[in-house]
Design a protein around this ligand. Structure first.
Ligand code: KG4
Ligand code: ZN
Length: 318
């Protein structure tokens, strides 16, 4: 069966085709980064309007590239939340209309669940049970995935998500949105820093996180000094190390607690090069998996893939 996946929960319009026999056939993505950049964050109304503009052309180009027509698609999977209301509505209206008009079944997909399973698209050795660390702009969650692909949340951020804190600290230093890649690039220029920021809840003996205290600490430090490139680099370096220390420590703690030998890290922050490097080095005897870089941040492939995994469930609409 071929599944069409449609993602529109925030500032990326993504579409993909997943074939149950062959795997991922192709995907297309239109990013709105340039539109929102000057505002320092996503403007929901502008995001909705751009999704409306992009959905039809993206579908046309995806089908043309794969030399497929709509009647070869058996299921349309679309994101139904969480996310920004307007962007979600544009995607849902498009997906349901397309499904209804062409007599194709449709299924609503949870965006977070799609991130959780995204590494399985390319990593054939990743099979449940595994521990998932989902680190995105909106969420920081640790979950346990069992043999039946169902997940249980076992830890989460009690305040800001890791991605949100990357974005806010970057903005405070005058860097562009989204802040994660900017901080990562700045941090790459050094291997040491005069700063040593706190690692909140590192040893709290549970699986929860708190990043807002770290954010406030860094922001106060920025307010005290005159920023130059060297200081931005050093702040970025230790701030990024602090977040990575916490994410790695908690994930390994979860894997040991539940005696699960695999960890899958997903969501936008999982695109971070240093996080990927350190996870692989520090994970001891635990196998660590990541999605392909292009599927760390929001995309249609993870929606199509989860649609395929769920295609036998009763939640599929005829
Ligand atoms: O998963 P995602 O695309 O959207 C949500 O579902 O939230 O994640 C976006 C987040 C942003 O906060 C962005 O700054 C962060 O992922 N991000 C990164 C990197 N690339 C994206 N954070 C750290 N390092 C990166 N390379
Ligand atoms: Zn996401």
């Amino acid at each position: 069966m071929i599944v069409l996946g449609i993602e529109s929960s925030c500032d990326e319009t993504g579409m993909a085709l997943y074939d149950s026999e062959v795997g991922l056939l192709g995907h297309v993505l239109s990013s709105q980064t340039k539109i929102h950049n000057k505002y320092g964050g996503v403007v929901p109304e502008l995001a909705s309007r751009d999704h409306v503009k992009k959905l039809v052309p993206l579908l046309d180009s995806l089908l043309a590239k794969q030399k497929l027509s709509l009647d070869e698609i058996s299921l349309i999977a679309f994101t139904n939340g969480p996310g920004l209301l307007g962007p979600l509505l544009t995607g849902a209206a498009f997906a349901k209309t397309l499904a209804w008009a062409n007599n194709i079944r449709s299924i609503e997909i949870d965006h977070l669940e799609a991130h959780i399973f995204s590494a399985m698209i390319s990593e054939k050795n990743l099979q449940p049970p595994f521990i998932s660390l989902l680190v995105s702009g909106g969420h920081t969650l640790v979950s346990k995935i069992d043999q039946h692909n169902s997940y249980e949340i076992i830890g989460k951020s009690l305040d800001d998500s890791a991605g949100e804190v990357f974005d806010k600290v970057a903005r405070k230093m005058g860097l562009k949105y989204p802040g994660g890649p900017e901080i990562s690039m700045a941090a790459e220029k050094t291997k040491k820093s005069r700063y040593k920021f706190p690692r909140p809840m590192l040893n709290s003996n549970d699986l929860n996180f708190s990043f807002s205290g770290l954010k406030t600490h860094v922001v106060r430090e920025i307010e005290k000094i005159e920023l130059d490139d060297k200081i931005i680099t050093e702040i970025s370096y230790d701030f990024q190390e602090a977040i990575i220390d916490i994410l790695i420590h908690k994930s390994i703690f979860a894997a040991k607690m539940f005696d699960v030998p695999r960890i899958a890290v997903s969501g936008g922050v999982s695109a971070n090069t240093r996080l990927r490097e350190r996870f692989k080095k520090e994970s001891q005897d635990i196998d660590v998996f990541f999605p392909n870089l292009e599927f760390s941040t929001d995309n249609g492939a993870m929606i199509a893939y989860l649609g395929y995994l769920k295609s036998n469930e009763t939640t599929v609409n005829n």
